[in-house]
Ligand binder design. Structure first.
Ligand code: FAD
Length: 358
């Protein structure tokens, strides 16, 4: 058995784990990151990369607060990267064609967005209200992950691919390390950032507090005729223009366990809706189809904080549909809490204890 010692071990190399590792390293800790598979290839790879919650005003205030903080944090996060890979953050704006659901009003939506600092304008055409969010950006998230991985390596963070964290080890109520298939790694503190797989690593978590939510997506070939220059959204389907002229279409929201199968019916519905929304896409070839597992939580809030019964066990997960947008803010909040620094956000709503067996 090998035993290697770190200040902090992060379990999971998705956006949550990688941004947390970088922020903790920046704060002076020696950090290792473990991934049971290939780093950066799960939900964070599969997502659309829109840096704003969809129908943002429908989320609990604590989700919107941390997502809005994350959106504002992106330029600084991207500037800090040590990589030749460009994550292609594009500020395209987002147009929502069906913003007002039954029971909602323009004023209430506008007030919620203003409070979160999200600029917005109403556009009325053919007696229908559309909402324009001019500052919304998207990133090419697979590239962002590659750039984060380059940066992690450049900053002296130890990255263990294909090495699962099987159990967080404790002695007398304190973390001592992580058990892996090839030996134990020692650390005073562990951060569980294992996305949809996190529940099993946090002792005392109520069953099904954290779970996977499948999302299917597809991508259309880059063509000048696509002509889409902003994110367009209607009835839950969104179209995202990428820098190379390709268009990403998403997404389903399915409770299907840990199954990442892509199904033809759901894909055909997404594609048909996209072509109705933006007819010039109809001739574009579908180049990719995929599915990913969002880390859902039972109250839709992120889970971020220290385990109340195990000193040194920290959690950063539950990004659900907004984990990419939130990442700079969740990493900063986690680091502030772990280093005893003041945080801009109130951490109370995200505490781990709300999901533990009483
Ligand atoms: C289809 C789809 C569209 C989305 N669109 C958007 C969007 O437009 N904007 C947005 O903000 N968010 C979006 N999301 C949500 C976002 O992608 C997720 O919330 C976010 O990526 C979660 O990041 P994570 O690091 O928590 O999880 P993941 O990226 O899943 O990373 C978790 C990592 O932990 C590893 N792991 C698991 N168990 C272990 C273990 N025992 N030991 C070691 N490693 C382990 C996994 O291998 C994985 O690499 C979307 C998600 C999907 C699926």
């Amino acid at each position: 058995m090998t035993s290697t010692r770190f200040d902090i071990i992060v379990i999971g190399a998705g956006i949550a784990g990688l941004t947390s590792a970088l922020a903790l390293r920046q704060a002076g800790a020696s950090v290792a990151v473990l991934d049971r598979g290939q780093p950066g290839t799960e939900a964070s790879w599969a997502g659309g990369g829109i840096l704003c919650p969809l129908y943002a005003w429908r989320y609990p205030a604590a989700v919107l607060a941390i997502a809005a903080e994350g959106m504002r944090g992106y330029p600084a996060l991207l500037d800090s990267l040590d990589s030749r890979i460009d994550p292609e953050r594009l500020v395209t704006g987002m147009r929502i064609l069906d913003p007002i659901a039954p029971g909602e009003t323009r004023d209430a939506i506008a007030a919620t967005l203003s409070q979160a600092g999200i600029r917005h304008e109403w556009q009325t055409a053919e007696n229908q209200d559309a909402l324009w969010l001019p500052e919304v950006a998207n990133v090419r998230n697979p590239r962002l992950l590659d750039a984060l991985l380059d940066t992690v390596r450049a900053r002296g963070i130890e990255l263990f691919a294909q090495r699962a964290g099987q159990e967080v080890l404790t002695r007398a109520g304190r973390v001592t390390g992580v058990r892996t298939p090839t030996g134990e790694l020692s650390a005073d503190r562990v951060v569980v950032a294992a996305g949809a797989w996190s529940e099993a690593l946090v002792p005392g978590m109520r069953e099904e507090s954290l779970f996977p939510v499948r999302g299917q997506m597809l991508r259309l070939e880059p063509r000048a005729e696509n002509g889409l220059d902003h994110i367009l959204m209607d009835e839950g389907v969104y179209l995202i223009p990428r820098a190379d002229g390709s268009v990403v279409i998403g997404s389903t929201v399915e409770h299907a366990g840990f199954d990442k199968t892509v199904d033809d019916t759901a894909q055909a519905l997404l594609h048909a809706k996209a072509c109705r929304l933006w007819p010039s896409l109809a001739g574009a070839r579908i180049t990719h189809r995929w599915a990913g597992l969002r880390p859902g939580s039972v109250d839709e809030l992120p889970v971020l904080g220290e385990h109340p019964g195990i000193e040194g066990l920290w959690v950063n997960t539950g990004g659900f549909r907004n984990g990419l947008a939130m990442a700079p803010a969740t990493a900063d909040l986690l680091t502030a809490l772990m280093t005893g620094q003041p945080s801009t956000l109130d951490p109370t709503p995200y505490r781990v204890e709300r999901l533990l067996d009483s």
